[in-house]
Design a protein. Structure first.
Length: 744
């Protein structure tokens, strides 16, 4: 299980946006801030149906996902976001919307997978071109039949660092793309102009501890490198430096040939016997996705680098750690580490090549292993390319880039180091080598201030609860499945084909009728959700229960039983096996939809008396749990008042609301809710939670319109008033009114 730093506020905010909103997110951060840790954390603990994709095979294997091209069946080439079909006639490497969808051959299983997808994670997004992102958008809108919604309604989490190496685009490709795109970067994709992601940056640097080095790296990253910064770097310029074998330096080069030459030269100099270890490759594992050397050559004394994190209890190594082959035999490899006692007997590791599948039984997106690659998780490490060093950590490095420095490479190379004391420069760094693309700088300026970001989060959480419930009452997916089923009659050879078609048309008509009723109910539900806090979800519970009962009955009588009868009637006939399979699949989907309504009744009932945002969050996670035939358990709630009292005690001890939220791994709005509950008892003064000027403005609005709920008050007053402040004022007003009525 991935361990995380619970005190990291940006990490917690990002987690809240992923789990408790439908907002698209760009998660970035300097080298060493924990982007990969965050990805592993949500993969292990997230509750949404998710898939991870990356632009290259190696990046996909390391992220535990699949390549973008394989997942979305996008052919290699340049994608032009146009319907013009003439382009593919003169160059097969040019793809457009017409040719992409024309040649798309998706199985029903793949379509269902994409329709069930809730969260798409794109790792190493800095290498993803704008046209590729628009191709992803085109496929998702088509497969999910939601043509007017970006990515067909799927939430997208982009992870990457734009200050590292940019996407690869040839001059001839850029001439074509220039007609549609301002730049090749993913953030200039057309779909990004429709719905921009919230910009979240992990700021706590775990790799570097030296403040002056962190400051220098920030200056390089932000195009603010000063002459004195270059002077500082050039103190480490030693063109004639030859690393001693015992000093464990890694040389960072610009090209593979340079790195391979250095590694082979140093390996050849070692006097002992050469051992070769062949990787075991089984099943389907593309050669361009191999995460380690297929044939690894080692000698005693070889400097090696780990390319994978240790899974064991002791966690002796991590991706990028340098070691040395201490002893070697055919079937035994002992490794030593600088300044660390003891030896490590290294075992081989296995990487998996997977594909995603949707399991109807468990209602989950699952990983199916297609192939595996087993090898020692190391490589020769006297030298490595700057490109392959991304994500790694070194204590000592010789940077040998000659005159081939490209924008981004300086930052990548320097940020691999834990401190300047381990740096050796083989060539000087000139100002023109460290310019960051101005378009990247402009994009990063979209970061919101923390207080504004918190307001956006609270609003998005409220909207997500609303949308999640409204979505559960929709029949769009079933109608789309039914329409696809009916379209299939053109190619079916069936006895009584016309009669079967009439049955299917009746089922479609019933679904469309339920959709019409659902539409009217959802409009009512929106109004109820706006005021549900006032009666602690009582009306919501009653209306959802009544509506769910109606839809359960209708689905039983007009869909599930009729399909079951049709299956039984056709069982005795010949040449209907494939058609019967389709009917059984329809029946399964109908039953799953019915189960959703049954689950809703118990889950919404659990909201009655909900006292904090924690209760709402628990409900939200339950709402997104897989829909299976097993009865759903009601969310377990904490003892009433227990969590509130903990927050009160911490507040009385002098901790701020933000500090309490950080310590308890909760959002600030939850803590405000806890403390608000103590206004009535006098244990909390309302002015501890709301500034007096703000309090008077809120009370003025409430005095004019007493029935307004917190969301409506906030709409009138603006985003500078938090939900927590408004709720505290409402509670205070109730206390005044109660006191007044008691006296009279």
């Amino acid at each position: 299980m991935t361990n995380v730093d619970q005190s990291n506020p940006e990490f917690r905010t990002a987690l809240s946006f992923v789990n408790q909103t439908s907002r698209h997110i760009f998660l970035t951060g300097k080298a060493g801030t924990g982007k990969t840790t965050f990805l592993h954390y949500i993969k292990e603990r997230g509750f949404k149906k998710m898939a991870i994709v990356a632009p290259t095979g190696v990046a996909a294997i390391n992220a535990g996902g699949v390549t973008i091209h394989s997942f979305f069946q996008i052919p290699p080439g340049t994608f032009l976001p146009t319907q013009n079909s003439s382009a593919d006639s003169y160059d097969q490497r040019i793809i457009n919307k017409h040719s992409l969808l024309k040649h798309l051959r998706m199985s029903s299983e793949k379509k269902e997978l994409l329709n069930e997808l809730e969260l798409l994670v794109i790792d190493e997004v800095s290498m993803v071109r704008a046209d590729l992102l628009d191709a992803i958008d085109t496929v998702l809108r088509h497969a999910r039949r939601q043509h007017s919604v970006p990515f067909g309604g799927v939430q997208v989490l982009y992870i990457g660092d734009l200050f590292q190496l940019p996407p690869v685009v040839r001059n001839d490709e850029m001439r074509l793309l220039g007609e549609y795109y301002s730049s090749p970067f993913f953030f200039d994709a057309l779909v990004m102009q429709e719905e921009k992601p919230v910009y979240l940056e992990l700021k706590k640097v775990y790799r570097q501890k030296d403040d002056s080095f962190i400051s220098l790296l920030n200056n390089i990253r932000n195009n603010e490198c000063l002459p004195e910064d270059l002077e500082t770097l050039h103190q480490y310029y030693q063109p004639a430096f030859v690393p001693d074998r015992e000093e464990n330096y890694v040389t960072l080069t610009t090209h593979n040939e340079q790195a391979n030459m250095i590694n082979q030269r140093e390996l050849h100099r070692l006097p002992d016997r050469l051992y070769s270890y062949h990787a075991k490759v089984s099943g389907d594992f593309p050669e361009n996705s191999y995460p380690a050397e297929e044939e690894l050559h080692l000698k005693k004394g070889a400097q090696i680098m780990f390319i994978k994190n240790d899974k064991g209890e002791s966690r002796r190594y991590f991706n990028g750690k340098i070691g040395k082959v201490h002893a070697i035999e055919e079937d035994k490899l002992m490794v030593s580490f600088p300044n660390e006692p003891g030896l490590l007997e290294l075992k081989k590791e296995t990487w998996e090549n997977i594909r995603y599948t949707y399991s109807k039984e468990s209602d989950r997106i699952e990983e199916e292993e297609l192939g595996s690659f087993t090898q020692y998780p190391i490589r020769l490490a006297w030298a490595i390319t700057i490109h392959k060093s991304q994500g790694l950590t070194f204590h000592k490095a010789v940077i040998d880039a000659g005159s081939a420095f490209a924008p981004g490479q300086v930052y990548v190379a320097l940020s691999r180091l834990t401190s300047l004391s381990g740096l050796i420069l083989k060539s000087k760094i000139y100002p023109h080598c460290i310019r960051t693309d101005e378009r990247v700088i402009a994009f990063t300026e979209g970061e919101l201030k923390p207080e504004v970001l918190q307001q956006v989060l609270e609003r998005d959480q409220q909207n997500f609860i609303k949308l999640s419930l409204l979505e559960r009452f929709g029949f769009e997916k079933l109608i789309a499945s039914m329409q696809e089923h009916i379209e299939g009659y053109d190619h079916r050879q069936l006895p009584d084909k016309d009669s079967c078609l009439q049955f299917s048309l009746q089922w479609l008509a019933h679904l469309e009728g339920l959709q019409e009723v659902s539409g009217r109910f959802r409009r009512q539900l929106e109004l109820i959700l706006d005021r549900c806090e006032l009666d602690q979800y009582k009306e919501l519970d009653e209306r959802v229960n009544a509506a769910s009962s109606f839809f359960i009955k209708e689905m039983d009588e007009k869909l599930i039983r009729p399909v079951e009868n049709q299956i039984n009637n056709l069982k005795v006939k010949s040449k209907v096996a494939k058609y019967l399979k389709e009917l059984k699949e329809l029946k399964r989907k109908f039953e799953k939809r019915k189960k959703t309504f049954e689950n809703l009744q118990s889950m919404v009932a659990s909201l009655r008396g909900a006292g904090s945002e924690e209760d709402i969050t628990t409900f939200l996670e339950e709402l997104h749990k897989p829909v299976t035939s097993n009865p759903i358990e009601k969310p377990k709630k904490k003892e009433k008042g227990e969590s509130h009292s903990i927050s009160l005690r911490m507040f009385k001890d002098g901790m701020s609301i933000l500090d309490i939220a950080a310590a308890r791994n909760l959002v600030a709005g939850t803590i405000e809710g806890h403390l608000t509950s103590f206004i009535g008892s006098g244990e909390i003064d309302v002015l501890d939670l709301v500034e007096e000027m703000k309090l008077q403005k809120i009370l003025s609005v409430l005095n004019d319109q007493p029935s307004l709920h917190s969301s409506a008050v906030r709409e009138l007053l603006g985003d500078q008033f938090s939900y927590g402040e408004i709720r505290a004022a409402i509670k205070y007003r109730e206390l005044i009114q109660l006191d007044h009525s008691t006296k009279t």
